[in-house]
Design a protein around this ligand. Structure first.
Ligand code: TXE
Length: 482
């Protein structure tokens, strides 16, 4: 299967004539070839998007909202096929893709269709020595926006940007991760079948330093929304900032799960397992540093390790599988490197960390048993650097003050979860955590209206609800002397 670029509603081969293999990380088999595009293809996408932005930007809001809903319906109609495609391309269990990734993709489109319908613009009158004046503010599309997305939640994160960008009347030049291009390609087809005008949705496949960089550098692309690693985000910012582009960066993480002595232990154990190992630990919100109050540490860790060791690792297509393959063999090498480092740093691997013994063809896949590591100093590299895999380090703390010091002791600040039944403590700790999002007695419970994003090296700006609508538009104020 050869995947092509989408230039508006037509498909195009890369001008370079070069192709790259796309692998199934669970078997290492080639499942598709994708274009190795370059700056010429990005230019073609911008040429297409320029015309798309002109048409779409002046399309009535209701027509735009209706089109977004048809795209959502199109995604829902292909739920099973898209879930299979996502699982084969990414490595995640198909059951997870069917329950979370794909439904969330259609929810993203529907949510921003409704948000657009609910937009009301304000006007105000003010009187000064120079007379009375009426101010009104209108919200304009930006024009052409660039969307760059990662491999962990491919369609979920792409639609999280496509939804608001389209709702606000922009044309898109998108680049999915070269490791997970297939559902983005399907989205291009669904957009076309849903009646999105030509030129509005453009998708260019290829490598980050080639296609991604060309998107970030292109002078006609006025805003960049990027989700990926912190090092890449730094490069994106270095290019885009001097060009005064609008910039939204969702970057790396090392989130803490804080469990206090007064927590409901059954719920906390189950929640911490989910936070640690959902999607093989490859979610930017995963809780990879588990901080447990000393009085319950032994008991908690024992129960936690039992649960983690029982997670079923294997064929992502099997409905029983809870942990699929990591996204690539190279990524597994990186994660295994951290496991070796953990031992050097004095850590004790309490469970997992080995390659599971799986039958062919999965013996060639990027599988790893979920690992829990104890006895590491809290400031060591394993406990502070982003691993982005099925690895959790556990650390005891004595009191709230120490827990906060430990939780805040990384370069990252995306999210945290706090497990306690003490209401005052829940608020106090949430307030003192240096992160963009806190969950109390739960994890990854999402409401698409709330701000999503991090502080410190976890990013710049927020996505979600009104934050996204604002990012993908420019406000213009008009002051009329009455
Ligand atoms: O991400 P990259 P990678 C973290 C995680 C992971 C590490 C690196 O720790 O191990 O980042 O992963 C495109 N200009 N996260 O290398 O490279 C790239 O093609 C423009 C956390 O896969 O950041 C892809 O489409 N774009 C994260 C996207 O950027 C460039 C999710 C992300 O890839 C580019 C993923 C460039 N110079 C990884 N170079 C999260 N927080 O959710 C690459 N890209």
């Amino acid at each position: 299967m050869r995947v092509l670029n989408w230039l508006g509603n037509t498909q195009a081969e890369p001008t370079s004539g070069l192709w790259m293999d796309d692998l199934n990380p669970a078997t290492s088999q080639v499942i598709a070839q994708i274009p190795r595009s370059d700056a010429n293809d990005v230019q073609a996408a911008v040429d297409s998007a320029r015309e798309g932005a002109r048409i779409w930007g002046s399309t009535p809001a209701q027509v735009r909202a209706d089109t977004l809903r048809r795209i959502a319906d199109g995604i829902d109609m292909e739920l099973n096929d898209l879930a299979r495609l996502e699982s084969t391309d990414q490595g995640k269990p198909v059951s997870l893709a069917r329950a979370i990734d794909i439904p969330r993709a259609s929810a993203n489109m529907r949510f921003f269709a409704s948000a657009l319908e609910q937009e009301v613009h304000q006007s105000s009158k003010h009187v000064s020595a120079r007379g009375a004046a009426l101010n009104y503010t209108s919200r304009k599309p930006i024009g052409v926006v660039g969307l760059i997305t990662p491999w962990n939640l491919p369609l979920y994160l792409l639609t999280w940007k496509v939804g608001p960008a389209l709702a606000m009347g922009n044309a898109i030049v998108a680049k999915p991760s070269e490791l997970t291009p297939l559902t983005a390609d399907a989205l291009g087809r669904i957009c076309k079948e849903s009646g999105l005008p030509a030129g509005v949705f453009n998708l260019v496949h290829g490598l980050g330093p080639e296609v991604g960089q060309a998107i970030v550098e292109h002078p006609e692309i006025k805003a960049i929304s990027f989700t990926g690693g912190t090092a890449t985000g730094r490069r994106v910012a270095a290019t885009a900032a001097p060009m005064f582009k609008k910039l939204n960066l969702e970057l790396g993480c090392k989130n803490a799960t804080l469990v206090f002595e007064d927590a409901d232990l059954d719920e906390a154990v189950a929640g911490a397992v989910m936070a640690g190992f959902s999607n093989q630990g490859e979610i930017c919100l995963c809780g990879s540093r588990l901080l447990v109050q000393a009085g319950i540490y032994e008991d908690f860790v024992q129960r936690y390790v039992e649960r983690v060791a029982a997670l079923r690792v294997g064929d992502p297509a099997s409905p029983d599988t809870q942990v699929g393959a990591l996204n690539s063999l190279a990524h597994r090498d990186k994660v295994e490197g951290y496991l070796r480092l953990a031992v050097e740093e004095g850590g004790q691997i309490l469970c997992g960390g080995k390659r599971p013994d799986l039958p062919a063809p999965f013996d060639r896949g990027a599988f790893l048993q979920p690992a829990v590591i104890a006895d590491l100093p809290i400031g060591c590299r394993t406990a502070t650097e982003e691993i982005f895999g099925p690895v959790v380090t556990v650390h005891p703390f004595s009191d709230e003050e120490q827990a906060l010091e430990m939780a805040n002791g990384t370069q990252y600040g995306l999210s945290a979860s706090v497990w306690t039944q003490d209401l005052k403590r829940a608020h106090r700790v949430s307030e003192a955590l240096d992160v963009g999002m806190v969950w109390v007695n739960t994890w990854l419970l999402r409401d698409l209206r709330v701000p999503f994003g991090g502080v410190k090296n976890s990013g710049v700006g927020r996505e979600g609800g009104a934050w996204s609508m604002r990012f993908y538009s420019e406000d213009k104020n008009v002051c009329v002397l009455l």
